[in-house]
Design a binder for this molecule. Structure first.
Ligand SMILES: Cc1cc2nc3c(=O)[nH]c(=O)nc-3n(C[C@H](O)[C@H](O)[C@H](O)COP(=O)(O)OP(=O)(O)OC[C@H]3O[C@@H](n4cnc5c(N)ncnc54)[C@H](O)[C@@H]3O)c2cc1C
Length: 376
């Protein structure tokens, strides 16, 4: 049986960020993931600069290996079918990455012992230690296995069983031919966002180098497949995507921080990223909370492991609430407007260049008022 101080289950952005910071702090850590990397993850792949700052990644260094790091200066915002506004911030405010590249990069540089292609099949606690798959012992376990994380299930999560405030999202990503690139009306540095008529979500068309990512996310799963089809038809009818846009969109549900019913920690265990349900309520951005929670978990763990203190579970949960705010219902895509006023007011607001830039892009999407997570 192998022995580690910490076992991280899931090697996505949450797990690899946690492992990276733990390794730096001299803690022995293994990452177990059911997938072999590079693996894909359904995601538009849009990240904000604080993610890179917190992980000490220089965009140009990352791009050197031929990896996609698409600079974004703002967003073209509209309610679908209404006139919209270009919210160009005049500087690089965001990036588009491909998850197959980004996640592999983060995991490989973490320095952790990697156990890939190995799902967590069994987990039990014996004499204050965790025993995973009857082959790995660890003092602490970090659940970073995404929305369906097996550690989160062990702590009581019930994905798919009507957890409140679930986003459903589907996307398709494909490499455009040079002809498709020449005809694509969406600017690479100004991805297009199309808010749903009822403001319960938004669709996107994001160019990343030669790649195009098209998707739809909603807070309401009712008739979602039909809505996806309707959105794709609308994009095609307006020549916003190639006519032969691939038909097979993929996706899954995940939770918004405000109302996620999941615990953040339990004795000997911490949950990070989607496993804890931490995505930003207004935008659905999940990579930044995943990375930051992974780093905060590592911070709490390395303190306790080095100083032999206790209370790591509480310290971590408190750090998350300080960072992302208390869990409270109502902060969602459309929570800023009473339901009855939505249809009337929303279209006008989204067509205003001031509202699109200052409110939608700078506050809801970029969280520019929240600085990058700094080291200790
Ligand atoms: C369609 C769509 C578009 C999105 N677009 C964006 C976006 O543009 N920007 C953004 O910030 N967020 C976006 N998100 C959200 C974002 O993808 C997630 O919030 C983010 O990936 C969470 O990271 P994570 O590390 O917590 O989990 P994940 O990235 O899901 O990683 C979990 C890892 O755990 C592993 N795992 C799962 N089960 C097991 C098991 N039983 N045993 C071992 N390993 C296991 C998986 O293989 C995976 O590698 C989008 C989500 C969807 C669905």
């Amino acid at each position: 049986m192998e022995r580690f101080a910490v076992l991280v289950v899931g090697g996505g952005p949450a797990g690899s960020s946690c492992a990276f910071a733990l390794c730096r702090a001299g803690v022995s850590v293994a990452v177990l993931d059911k997938a072999r990397f590079p693996r894909d993850k359904v995601c538009a792949g849009w990240i904000t600069p604080p993610v890179l700052r917190a992980l000490e990644i220089e965009p140009q260094d990352y791009a050197k290996g031929g990896r996609v790091m698409q600079p974004i200066r703002g967003f073209a915002v509209a309610r679908r079918g209404d006139p919209g506004a270009d919210a160009d911030c005049g500087e690089v405010v965001s990036y588009g990455i491909r998850r197959c590249e980004f996640d592999r990069f983060l995991l490989e540089r973490s320095g952790a012992d990697l156990r890939l292609g190995q799902p967590l099949e069994s987990l039990r606690r014996e004499d204050g230690e965790w025993i995973a798959n009857e082959s790995i012992r660890a003092d602490w376990i970090v659940g970073a296995g995404g929305h369906f994380c097996p550690v989160a299930r062990e702590l009581g999560a019930r994905p798919g069983a009507g957890e409140p405030s679930t986003i459903v999202a589907r996307e398709v990503e494909f490499e455009m031919t040079s002809e498709q690139q020449a005809r694509c009306p969406v600017r690479a540095d100004l991805p297009a966002l199309y808010f749903e008529p009822d403001l319960r979500g938004y669709g996107w068309v994001v160019r990343k180098g030669d790649w195009l990512n098209v998707g739809l996310g909603r807070q309401d799963a009712h008739a979602f497949p039909a809505r996806v089809t309707g959105f794709a038809d609308w994009l095609r009818a307006h020549d916003l995507v190639p006519p032969d846009l691939p038909a097979r969109w993929r996706g899954h549900a995940y939770l918004l921080h405000g109302e996620a019913p999941r615990p953040l920690s339990a004795p000997g265990a911490l949950l990070c990223g989607d496993a804890a349900g931490l995505a930003y309520p207004r935008s659905g951005e999940g990579i930044r909370p995943a990375v930051e929670s992974g780093l905060l978990a590592a911070r709490a763990l390395s303190r306790v492991l080095h100083l032999c203190g206790d209370g790591v579970e509480r310290t971590y949960a408190r750090a998350l609430i300080e960072r992302f705010g208390p869990r409270r219902p109502g902060a969602s895509f459309s929570g800023w407007l009473p339901a009855r006023a939505r249809a009337r007011v929303a279209g006008r607001c989204l067509a205003s260049a001031w509202f699109a830039k200052r409110v939608v892009v700078e506050r809801w999407l970029l969280h520019r008022e929240v600085p990058a997570l700094s080291g200790d």
